[in-house]
Ligand binder design. Structure first.
Ligand code: ADP
Ligand code: MG
Length: 364
């Protein structure tokens, strides 16, 4: 195999020098030596926390190398993902940047594998060595990475079906993988072979993380905003949130993506019917009761967008904290999500996740 790490793009030299410290270069040399990769031939992306390179295996397979930067500053603002995440309970070394970065890379690999295992469209994670994550390259042709959803040329007639696909995806991540992406947006979704592929999952959190609902709401809002901008009639934040988090309506078998898509169609039809209702109902002298089930008004949506959403029953019953909130004048914005759903999700937490949960083999 080649003994040289070739990085073609000269304009990226400064960034390469930053990220490819001697230890990282050694990791790459070992990958070359083992025949995992034959060459590294271009920088696909330079980001704040990581650079992504295109590489080729000796068999000609296209590979993406995500190389996390090891500077301590970069990872400082990640604290909010870490506190409350049981997978980081031990082994999170704030004062050891290399170790911290390694944990992020390992976490991304585990999250990718969990999503892949649940049948989601994500790159296949091949391995992780310290700050280097090796995965399948998602590309339309050999050298070009597939576009981000943000940059993709999507035929207008496909917008609506992609919107449904994104909602199915959000539910699958939450309900099947028991994760919240936590940085879900048109920047972290690739449009590949007519479908949406999820990437950038190092910050994804367990769905029972205390702030899981807040991250989820932001994820949903991004999906909403993107497709509303494309002119799609969307469900709105509140309805979508309830759809993503609710218990399955399917009994006696596993819920499928088709079930979810069907349910979305039903909700969309219902939303449309309700949107047309008030005008007619007002004319007929509607009672307040009839209006109760109507589409959440814009102001309801705004309240929901800003509300604190308790994640678990313990959160719900933290009466003292809620009293404090009310005293601070925040009480009226307190929203208790569907308690049944929350309770049962919480009940299932940790089930079968034992091997996944700890950082066994990672701790020093
Ligand atoms: P970050 O946003 O933290 O820099 P991402 O994981 O989002 O890192 O990757 C940055 C960019 O690299 C993506 O927008 C995408 O263009 C490209 N990329 C990442 N992973 C892959 C992959 N497996 N295949 C092809 N391109 C990828
Ligand atoms: Mg990204």
């Amino acid at each position: 195999g080649s003994e040289k790490i070739l990085v073609k793009d000269k304009s990226d030299r400064a960034t390469n020098e930053q990220v490819l410290d001697p230890r990282t270069r050694l990791i790459l040399f070992k990958m070359l030596g083992r025949g995992l990769i034959e060459r590294i031939d271009g920088c696909v992306s330079t980001g704040k926390e990581a650079n992504v390179y295109h590489a080729v295996s000796p068999e000609g397979k296209h590979i993406a190398l995500k190389i996390y930067k090891t500077s301590i500053l970069v990872f400082k603002d990640r604290d909010r993902y870490v506190s409350g995440e049981f997978r980081f309970k031990s082994g999170y070394a704030r004062n050891n940047p290399r170790k911290m970065v390694r944990l992020w890379a390992e976490k991304e690999l585990r999250n990718l594998r969990r999503m892949k295992g649940a049948g989601l469209r994500v790159p296949e994670a091949i391995e992780v060595r310290e700050n280097v994550l090796v995965m399948d390259f998602i590309g339309e042709d050999e050298w070009q990475a597939s576009p981000r959803l943000k940059d993709a040329q999507i035929p207008p007639e496909q917008q609506r079906s992609l919107y449904i696909e994104i909602l199915v995806l959000l539910r699958a991540i939450f309900h099947r993988c028991r994760l919240v992406h936590a940085d879900f947006s048109e920047y972290n979704i690739l449009y590949h072979q007519g479908h949406l592929w999820v990437i950038d999952v190092s910050q994804s959190i367990e769905h029972e993380h205390p702030s899981a609902f807040d991250f989820l709401r932001a994820d949903i809002q991004n999906a909403e905003d993107f497709f509303a901008k494309q002119g799609v009639d969307t469900l709105g934040l509140t309805r979508t949130f309830n759809f993503v988090t609710r218990d399955s309506w399917v009994s006696g078998r596993e819920e499928t993506d088709e079930d979810a898509a069907e349910e979305i169609e039903r909700l969309l039809a219902q939303a449309e019917a309700e949107a047309n209702e008030p005008a007619q109902a007002n004319g007929a002298g509607a009672s307040g009761q009839q209006q109760e089930a109507a589409k959440p008004s814009e102001s309801d949506e705004a309240v929901f967008a800003k509300s604190y959403i308790p994640r678990t029953l313990e959160d719900v019953y933290d009466a003292e904290r809620d009293v404090q909130r009310v005293l601070r004048g925040e009480g009226k914005d307190l929203i208790y999500a569907d308690i049944t759903g929350v309770a049962s999700i919480h009940g299932k937490a940790n089930k079968g996740e034992g091997g996944e949960g700890g950082l066994a083999g990672v701790e020093e």
